[in-house]
Design a protein around this ligand. Structure first.
Ligand SMILES: N[C@@H](CCC(=O)N[C@@H](CS)C(=O)NCC(=O)O)C(=O)O
Length: 102
């Protein structure tokens, strides 16, 4: 699964939001199908649809979710714990990229 999409899924889960998932099969070219291109001409995932608005780019989606749903914050209060969470995320991203690309 796309690491970009996973980041967004983790955020939705951590924030305990109700959401529906639509999984695209890249091998079958779902991302190029007219019904998807009509709502996301970039032919990429992830894409968030919220209140009839479409948001793309994983980091922008995550920022949006942070601001639109401030309850269940993603980071703890104290700076050291925040650094630990950020470090965990960076390591996870690096591990995913190394695993899938090499
Ligand atoms: N900068 C974008 C990158 C989006 C992106 O490249 N998504 C990939 C999956 S990680 C994709 O949809 N690929 C479609 C394809 O390979 O045809 C983001 O963070 O959302």
């Amino acid at each position: 699964m796309s690491t970009c999409a996973q980041k967004v899924r983790f955020t939705l889960h951590e924030k305990q939001l109700d959401w529906d998932s639509v999984v695209l099969n890249f091998r079958q070219g779902d991302q190029f199908k007219p019904e998807y291109l009509q709502i996301n001409p970039k032919d990429l995932v992830p894409m968030l649809v919220h209140d009839d608005n479409i948001i793309t780019e994983s980091n922008i989606i995550i920022e949006y979710l942070k601001e639109a749903f401030p309850q269940q914050p993603l980071l703890p209060e104290d700076p050291l714990s925040r650094a630990k969470v950020r470090s965990w995320i960076k390591n996870w991203m690096t591990a995913c990229i190394l695993k899938w690309w090499y």
